[in-house]
Write a protein that binds this ligand. Structure first.
Ligand code: ADP
Length: 371
């Protein structure tokens, strides 16, 4: 029973047994053939020898028995040799096949235990080598996902800490009587609560975007119309801050294949940022043009710009060039990450350009033309 369980659980034993079965079948076939065919063949050859030896029945019988004994002996030795060969071959093959499989098994156990840096050696180009490569790729993805998860938890905790400590200190001030119980104090609390609310909304959007779960209602849409809708919504803020809003939109821009609400969300983010990072008296221009089968939309501002060392990270979540300044203004550093996911979900690309500090910035994204 124990042996049966061991065989069921060990690929090495199974391989050895399969070789042994092949040898046994071969030996049985050989023995069967010898048993049924050998006597006739022997008798034929012995008859020839008998005719050469002359009329001697005892000698002929001895000759026949010796021949049969020789054949049996040869078969026994052959069966033993074949079994030994099967044992050696199977242990060699088992080592070649089972070695990498065991490595994979141990590595997957370690990954399951949380050791995401675990990798296996790729030592062949066959299916086992391909399996090892796929396994390593899977381990890398898992490691990156885990890394992102840890970063996200750290980032979220960090983002929550600031408004919560503000609320805590205001409340302590109120309880201790250091702060006056008047509307201005409560407005401060209200502002921090609004920041928390926005952060939670952004996080929900981000998690849906990163999971590729933003549903898109794709239709043929005029990009110019979407630009004007977004611009109209922000028009009062532009006016209040005295930042000029200009358009360079040719009349013959083709329609795009897009979800209008989502693209308005992207435009609101880009225009909102342009307004936020452009000082009073500056200007923001929205341009659009056609490039091949795509429509390009650019939001250009004359604001504080982005220095080259920050540009590569500008679409990373929670990335803010000036942490204190944008946090003070309620920015969570998630807007551009969500914008990037939305544009890419449409099959487009988004990029940021700036000639450096105080040189203004240009955010450009593409959308596919409607079919
Ligand atoms: P936030 O909510 O902080 O604005 P975003 O993801 O929209 O988050 O932007 C990330 C960071 O990119 C901002 O904190 C800011 O530092 C920088 N940024 C975005 N747009 C501009 C711009 N037009 N000019 C200068 N810096 C910008």
């Amino acid at each position: 029973m124990k042996l049966l369980t061991a065989i069921q659980q060990r690929l090495g034993y199974k391989l050895f047994l399969s070789y042994l079965v092949i040898v046994i079948v071969g030996v049985v076939a050989l023995a069967g053939t010898a048993k049924f065919h050998a006597p006739a063949a022997l008798l034929h050859h012995v008859a020839i020898m008998e005719s050469l030896l002359g009329d001697n029945p005892t000698l002929a019988a001895d000759l026949r028995d010796s021949f049969l004994a020789a054949v049996n002996e040869i078969l026994t030795v052959a069966a033993a040799t074949a079994s030994l060969a099967a044992l050696i071959t199977s242990s060699f093959v088992a080592q070649r096949i089972i070695g990498p499989i065991r490595q994979l098994m141990l590595a997957s156990q370690r990954i399951a235990a949380g050791e995401f840096h675990e990798r296996v050696q790729v030592s062949s180009e066959d299916e086992l080598g391909a399996l090892a490569q796929t396994f390593n790729r899977m381990a890398t993805t898992l490691e990156q996902t885990e890394q992102r998860r840890l970063e996200l938890i750290g980032d979220v905790a960090h983002e929550l800490r600031t408004p919560l400590s503000s609320i805590k200190s205001i409340m302590e001030g109120l309880v201790d009587g250091v702060l006056p119980a008047e509307p201005a104090t409560y407005v401060d609390v209200q502002r921090e609560v609004a920041r928390l609310q926005r952060l939670i909304y952004d996080l929900q959007e981000l998690s849906r975007a990163e999971a590729g779960q933003i549903p898109l209602d794709l239709r043929s849409t005029s990009p110019t119309k979407l630009i004007h809708i977004a611009a109209d919504r922000l028009h009062p803020q532009f006016k209040d801050k005295n930042v000029g809003l200009h358009f360079d939109l040719p009349a013959d821009i083709p329609t795009v294949w897009a979800d209008a609400d989502r693209i308005i969300q992207v435009l609101l983010n880009l225009l909102g940022n342009a307004l936020q990072y452009t000082p009073s008296g500056g200007k923001v221009t929205v341009k659009s043009w056609c490039e091949g089968r795509e429509v390009v939309v650019a939001v250009q501002d004359s604001g504080i710009g982005i220095s080259p060392e920050h540009l590569p990270y500008i679409f990373d979540r929670f990335y803010r060039v000036d942490k204190s300044r944008s946090r003070a203004s309620g920015g969570s550093g998630i807007g551009l990450t969500i914008a990037k996911h939305i544009v890419e979900a449409h099959g487009g690309r988004i990029r940021a350009e700036s000639r450096g500090s105080n040189q203004g910035s240009t955010f450009t994204f593409t959308l596919p033309q409607a079919p």
